[in-house]
Design a protein around this ligand. Structure first.
Ligand code: FES
Length: 102
């Protein structure tokens, strides 16, 4: 376990998707149905930041070639994306999001 503080949970819920860095990783925090999920923020297809994409039905759509990833599991939903995103555990403590980068 390697927990790192992110940003206030309220900011994630307000903005829906927020880019953060922790442990040298570029991560995405997503607000989904009252919970916060953390994934890698760089698309596994080419270089695009998923926090600049569109969130719908529990998935984020990459802004570059419209690849879809399930936010909860990181699972790639089909071409052009074939490699899943890494996902990271989160917890809320004193209103802050903490992310486990292990
Ligand atoms: Fe994300 Fe191509 S860079 S689908």
């Amino acid at each position: 376990m390697s927990w790192h503080p992110g940003i206030p949970a309220a900011e994630v819920h307000d903005r829906g998707a927020v880019a953060v860095e922790a442990d040298g990783l570029r991560l995405a925090l997503f607000s989904l149905e009252g919970e916060i999920f953390a994934t890698g923020n760089i698309c596994t297809h080419a270089f695009a930041l998923l926090t600049e994409g569109h969130v719908e039905n529990g998935c984020v759509e990459c802004p570059l070639h419209q690849g879809l990833f399930d936010i909860r599991t990181g699972r790639a939903q089909g071409t052009p994306v074939t490699k899943d995103l890494a996902t990271y555990a989160t917890r809320i403590e004193d209103g802050m999001v903490w992310i486990d980068t292990e």
